[in-house]
Design a protein around this ligand. Structure first.
Ligand code: PLP
Length: 406
């Protein structure tokens, strides 16, 4: 792996800096990834040469901007093996994508007593929109339980879990524990009871090969910023057949075919769901990020991330009084932990003084943390530009911190 990745860090200007006099060790990749030069340059090039508003333009720059924007849609479709560009709706990110499904498909299709099946691992983005929808429609939320600190799903009674389910909405990889969920298996089970399915791929899209047709989901969402793209852009895969029957999300320009004073006719999907001037530069940056990742190879990224997470987990296990969360076997590229006698905030603050960036808190999974019985965990999350030497440095810093605090 190091052969494939040698020199790759030079593409990331942000990684070359010192923090508090120490080389930056950036282990907060589950929150957002750093950006390589090709992404930064694509955005700059777009603004310097092609900037214009998209669609219906009769001039060169508008045609170029439209080609860039629609080209990015094509690239996203290819990245996740969607059958058509019609299946791809640009959003601000995962959160907006899930809210879009709740506000459109959910409001049009769910009724009192219908069950929305989630897991106990969900990020608040894949929980709160469904709570709001449940309050509005009378639908009820049910949760696939997780088993203790390992955080894998308890699938021992699938028939009971899937009773009356109309929507299954689950994370692919848990941002809190690194659990990789069997999404294809669960989507197949959902299809067998005619339930619609959504996969939250925020933590998986940039970390392993994704194929929406192999997964067999109806919706899938991800964010550009977690896979080396810019913030403020993401995508929702929505099966075209479902989009036809979904009401619009927001009203405004771009999403209409014909407008009169009292009513409007809407554009065809996916444009029907993209009101207003879109994030064109964001789509351009996302396109460049997807190219960048595929040059490295997502199988390689997955192998590297999981190897590093497993190494970090083994090194963390050297400490006394540590509780490490997440699956024993295959896991996404992160490891979460707490120390018995050290507050997570003290730990992260002191690590930052040594140049090591980790995240502490409930990681937007407060109900899961309540279940685990901890208010906060510390999380180190990795990407393909991180190295074993950085894990060693992280452990060395933790050793120093533990000495000082104990
Ligand atoms: N889902 C998961 C699993 C996540 O990890 C995150 C972000 O951390 C989100 C959803 C929300 O993503 P965003 O804030 O980019 O919309």
């Amino acid at each position: 792996m190091s052969g494939i990745l040698s020199g790759i860090r030079d593409d990331f200007p942000a990684l070359a800096q010192k923090i508090n006099g120490h080389p930056l060790v950036y282990f907060d990749n589950a929150a957002t990834a750093q950006k390589p030069r090709p992404v930064l340059e694509a955005i700059q090039r777009y603004y310097e040469h092609d900037n214009a508003n998209v669609h219906r333009g009769i001039h060169e720059l508008s045609n170029r901007a439209t080609a860039a924007y629609e080209g990015a849609r094509e690239r996203v479709a290819q990245f996740i093996n969607a059958p058509s560009t019609k299946d791809i709706i640009f959003t601000r990110g995962t959160t907006e994508a899930i809210n879009l499904v709740a506000a459109t498909w959910g409001v049009a299709n769910l009724q009192e007593g219908d069950v929305i099946l989630l897991t106990e691992l969900e990020h608040h983005s894949n929980l709160v929109p469904w709570q709001l929808l449940a309050q509005r429609t009378g639908a009820v939320l049910r949760f696939i339980p997780v088993t203790g600190d390992e955080g894998t799903l308890d699938l021992s009674d699938l028939d009971a879990l899937f009773r009356d389910v109309k929507l299954l909405s689950i994370t692919h990889i848990s941002n809190a524990l690194g659990t990789i969920n069997p999404v294809a298996e669960l989507c197949a089970k959902a299809r067998a009871v005619d339930a619609v399915t959504l996969v939250d791929a925020a933590q998986s899209a940039g970390h392993l090969p994704l194929d929406v047709q192999a997964i067999g989901c109806d919706f899938l969402s991800f964010s550009g910023h977690k896979l080396c793209g810019p913030t403020g852009i993401g995508a929702l895969y929505a099966r075209a057949a479902l989009q036809e029957a979904m009401p619009p999300y927001q009203g405004g320009g771009e999403m209409i075919a014909k407008v009169a004073f009292q009513s409007s006719e809407f554009h065809v999907p996916p444009h029907k769901f993209e009101a207003g001037t879109p994030n064109i530069a964001g789509a351009v940056g996302l396109h460049a990020a997807l190219d960048y990742l595929d040059d490295i190879g997502r199988e390689n990224i997955h192998a590297h991330d999981t190897e590093l997470a497993s190494y970090a987990k083994d090194r963390l296990a050297e400490f006394d009084g540590i509780r490490i969360f997440g699956p024993a076997g295959d896991r996404g590229g992160l490891v979460s932990f707490v120390f018995e006698n050290v507050h997570a905030l003290d730990l992260a603050t002191m690590a930052d003084q040594q140049g090591v960036a980790i995240r502490i808190g409930h990681h937007c999974t407060q109900p899961l943390h309540d279940k685990l019985g901890v208010p906060a965990t510390a999380r180190a999350s990795f990407y393909f530009y991180n190295t074993r030497a950085e894990v060693d440095r992280f452990i060395e810093v933790l050793q120093k911190v533990m000495k000082l605090l104990s």
